[in-house]
Design a protein around this ligand. Structure first.
Ligand code: FE2
Length: 294
């Protein structure tokens, strides 16, 4: 694990499954965007070796693979944790699910029960000790997801979007609300940053920003189309969701509660839009034709 400089005072740290962005504030202080996928002593050791103290973590959202080192950072430096206000309560539900499903025992110990400074859903910037970090509200992947921009114009996407190589391999990205996510992706298209850092590998330069946005939106629209094709006949809710996951290429061994949830949220979007309707546990075609929606 090492610090990889990007531009100016902005660097990244690649952990095995995620990318943490670090901004040097001066006087050895640093601000992180997200804090890594698992609690790792090597992560803290690296920061110590670099002579850094972590003043704050801006959490793009409160999924466990983005906040794993928060408790250790708070303990070591009294680090202030900022996170989207709308994600704070749902995070407890997610950690309940993680504990019940035994998804990852290491995550059970990092439940966000520490003080959090909330980022309201209309906030456009965070000022930390005089340094301004513009905030882009990017709900969809989570209820209150945010992207943060460092003073070097590096946009940290969190899970608002995937890098081009990763999205081309993705089968069923996790979304609480895919419609909101698409709007958020368009919001990222309106930003003018030098680099775009995705949470799970990949730094995209400005010239590839639009292609990244297009690819991410394309898979969301493709998944909606897939669900419409699956619903060419009435199905029980379970059959609809199971068939959709299979058609999306998810293998039975890959179905976890969060993959299942990703299928359920897309069904919910189509019902909300009136393309499908639910009656007594059965899903039927709805009153709105797809062309009215997209
Ligand atoms: Fe996430």
């Amino acid at each position: 694990m090492r610090l990889e400089p990007l531009i100016g005072n902005t660097s990244i740290i690649q952990t095995p499954f995620s990318t943490v962005t670090l901004y040097r504030m001066g006087d050895g202080q640093a601000v992180l965007v997200d804090s890594g996928d698992y609690p790792r002593q090597a992560f803290l050791d690296l920061l110590e070796q670099e002579g850094l103290r972590v003043r704050a973590v801006i959490c793009s959202h409160l999924h466990p693979d983005h906040i794993s080192n928060n408790p250790a950072l708070i303990k070591r430096w009294g680090t202030e944790i900022f996170a989207p206000a709308l994600d704070i309560a749902p995070a407890q539900d997610m950690f309940d699910m993680i504990e019940h499903s035994g998804t990852n025992p290491a995550w059970a110990s990092i439940r966000p029960v520490y003080p959090i400074t909330p980022i309201p859903p209309d906030q456009t910037a965070l000022t930390i000790d005089g340094t301004v970090f513009p905030i882009v509200q990017t709900p969809g992947h989570s209820y209150g997801h945010v992207a943060a921009i460092t003073p070097d114009r590096v946009c940290v996407l969190g899970d608002a979007m995937m890098s081009i190589p990763l999205i081309r391999q993705a089968k069923l990205p996790y979304m609480e609300d895919a419609d909101q996510a698409i709007e958020s992706m368009e919001r990222i298209r309106q930003t003018d940053c030098a680099l775009y850092v995705a949470a799970h590998k990949g730094v995209t330069p400005r010239e590839d920003r639009d292609e990244m946005v297009d690819e991410n939106i394309r898979i969301e629209l493709r998944l909606y189309d897939l669900f419409r094709r699956v619903m060419d006949k009435p199905r029980s809710r379970k059959d609809a969701v199971d068939t959709f996951m299979a058609e999306a290429g998810v293998l039975p061994t890959q179905i976890s509660w969060y993959v299942h949830h990703s299928a359920e949220t897309r069904l919910a979007s189509l019902i909300r839009a009136g393309e499908l309707r639910e009656e007594d546990g059965m899903i039927y075609p709805g009153r709105n034709a797809p062309c009215q929606r997209l």
